[in-house]
Design a protein around this ligand. Structure first.
Ligand SMILES: CC(C)(COP(=O)(O)OP(=O)(O)OC[C@H]1O[C@@H](n2cnc3c(N)ncnc32)[C@H](O)[C@@H]1OP(=O)(O)O)[C@@H](O)C(=O)NCCC(=O)NCCS
Length: 189
């Protein structure tokens, strides 16, 4: 089962190109697209979570996103979450932050970051009670589709070396650790 990237005018959504005059129109399509179900087949083997939907985050999701990340993320030593940071990512790229929801409750997230040059993933998280049901994998599959639509050549993610429980997920999604590189960082705050 694969998700299709919605196209409103033949360009990837929200590219801001001249042939795509309204990025919000694309976003609206995301908002209403029954992306979880296609051809009558559920994307996830989640019989007990049949109502899951996924869509791009909107500004109104702000408080729910911050609450969700408090409950679902486990990584450490990263910049603090803030409404400004969430606002910036949605403003910069309205389709970057993808949410999975069970009704009104956010149960999964992934920032699928395309900067015009590289493909970066952040904030892969699933609410504890919803884990091991394929949601994380489905979000990564969604990322593949978005990146490929933009012409991206390689996706990357920061994964803690000690985060054994996540390694299997990344491996199974096709990611490998790049041993010859390390991450160099500089704080800007
Ligand atoms: C990591 C995380 C996103 C996985 O989400 P998920 O929806 O449970 O993942 P999936 O159900 O798609 O798992 C796919 C496979 O990954 C592996 N996997 C996932 N979670 C695992 C765990 N805790 N321990 C071992 N393997 C795990 C399994 O092989 C699993 O397949 P299986 O359930 O058939 O055995 C979720 O546990 C989470 O949000 N953790 C906290 C935040 C986090 O660590 N994010 C990743 C940062 S790098």
């Amino acid at each position: 089962m694969s998700w299709s990237v919605p196209l409103c005018c033949g360009t990837p959504p929200n590219t801001g190109s001249a042939s795509c005059p309204s990025s919000r129109r694309c976003l609206d399509r995301y908002d209403v697209a029954p992306a979880i179900v296609a051809s009558g087949s559920p994307v996830w083997d989640t019989a007990d979570v049949a109502e899951l939907t996924y869509r791009s985050a909107v500004f109104a999701d702000m408080d729910s996103i911050l609450l969700f990340w408090k409950q679902a993320t486990e990584d450490s030593n990263r910049p603090t979450d803030s409404p400004d940071a969430v606002h910036r990512v949605i403003h910069r790229d309205p389709d970057a932050l993808v949410l999975v929801r069970d009704g009104d409750v956010i149960v999964g997230s992934l920032v699928i970051g395309w900067d015009g040059w590289r493909c970066h993933l952040y904030r892969l998280a699933v609410l504890p009670g919803y884990r091991r049901r394929g949601i994380g994998t489905a979000l990564l599959r969604r990322a593949d589709e978005r990146f490929i639509a933009f012409g991206g050549a390689r996706a990357d993610a920061m994964v803690l070396d000690t985060h054994d429980s996540a390694h299997e997920l990344w491996s199974r999604a096709g990611y490998t650790q790049q041993g010859e590189w390390s991450r160099w960082v500089k704080s800007l705050t």
